[in-house]
Design a protein around this ligand. Structure first.
Ligand SMILES: O=C(O)CCC(=O)C(=O)O
Ligand SMILES: [Fe+2]
Length: 326
């Protein structure tokens, strides 16, 4: 059974019944796989294309333009440019405790930005002359993705027969972030050796994520019927978005809705010596910083909480630190 592609057109102008039908299918896919794939969603395809064009320009900027925008790994939220190999997702799920060296970097560089008015973790932008229109496009993409996530969270709550605002009352998207990735070309043998990966298996830290993958394959999701093995996420077109259940949702629901484990690797059919470069656009929908990300009463009943109470910012800071060892 593979992840179905759901038609999300009910989200823009559908009847109550059509929205309920979509919500039930969405919840079913997220429950079963930890993932859902949508077409006819509310993020305009030309905006996705424009954002891809902009990020390709960003990563081509000369080193000396990107250096002042460098992310500070010591901060709880990422902002700006992360140099290739800096983030080490291996430390999130792959460390069995035997390895102490802070190696196993990711074959990627990335750029993160958040809400335009965020004073606590301000965005870092290239100048308008270095990259005209970049900030405007990213802000537009940020709000468009944010709107979609809130509608999806309300759909999930409705399908669970809960107050539709059970999740959105804890999330205004003020702490949410855009993450863009560039995976430079790399020797196939280097990836296959297994000491470096594009992104090691992980769950995202927020509530849900939206991934707009690239035509170049690589995103893979865990086969829950065969844990530890992965299935390539099928790519249909640039009209699709992949929705991923993330760790905060898993915590809130006390493991009822489990996060989707995923990784980025080389295309399975890559025959050349070099794995082609790849890009991706991601939106991490996150709980507001002062909100508790321990299990919600609605999911506890008389069960024991599996997770401790922490604020979203404390949790984010902990998880962020985990992939910057050493
Ligand atoms: O590149 C992709 O398709 C997914 C990226 C991802 O999983 C992430 O940035 O957390
Ligand atoms: Fe991810």
């Amino acid at each position: 059974m593979s992840i179905p592609t759901l038609d999300a057109s009910a989200l823009s102008g559908g009847t109550t019944e059509q929205r309920a039908e979509f919500a039930a299918k969405l919840l079913d896919s997220l429950n079963t796989f930890g993932f859902a794939k949508l077409v006819n969603h509310t993020v305009p395809v030309p905006l996705v294309q424009e954002t891809f064009d902009q990020i390709k320009r960003f990563f081509k900027l000369p080193f000396n333009v990107k250096v002042p925008l460098r992310n500070d790994p010591k901060k709880g939220q990422q902002r700006g440019w992360s140099v290739p190999g800096e983030e080490k997702t291996w430390w999130l799920e792959s460390n069995t405790g035997d390895v102490k060296e802070p190696n196993f970097g990711d074959n990627k560089e990335s750029f993160d930005c958040g809400h335009p008015d965020d004073q606590q973790f301000p965005n870092k932008w290239p100048s308008e002359s270095d990259l005209p229109g970049y900030q405007k496009t990213m802000d537009e993409f940020f709000f468009s993705c944010g709107d979609l996530t809130l509608v999806l969270l309300e759909s999930m709550a409705t399908a669970l027969n809960l107050d539709p605002k059970v999740f959105t009352s804890r999330c205004t998207n003020e702490a949410s972030t855009i993450r863009i990735n560039h995976f430079p070309p790399i020797e196939r043998a280097t990836l296959d050796e297994g000491k470096i990966s594009r992104i090691w298996p992980h769950k995202d830290f927020g509530i849900i994520s939206l991934v707009f993958p690239d035509v170049t394959p690589g995103l893979e999701y865990e086969d829950r019927s065969n844990p530890g093995t992965f299935i390539p996420m099928p790519y249909g077109s640039d009209e699709e978005v992949v929705v991923i259940v993330s760790e905060t949702m898993q915590r809130w629901t006390n493991n009822q809705i489990r996060g989707g484990l995923h990784r980025v690797t080389r295309p399975r059919d890559c025959e050349g010596e070099t794995v082609p470069e790849r890009w991706s656009l991601v939106y991490f929908n996150k709980a507001d910083r002062d909100v508790n990300v321990g299990p919600l009463d609605e999911f506890l009943g008389d069960k024991k909480p599996v997770y401790e109470d922490l604020t979203a910012l404390e949790y984010q800071t902990l998880r962020n630190a985990a992939h910057y060892p050493g």
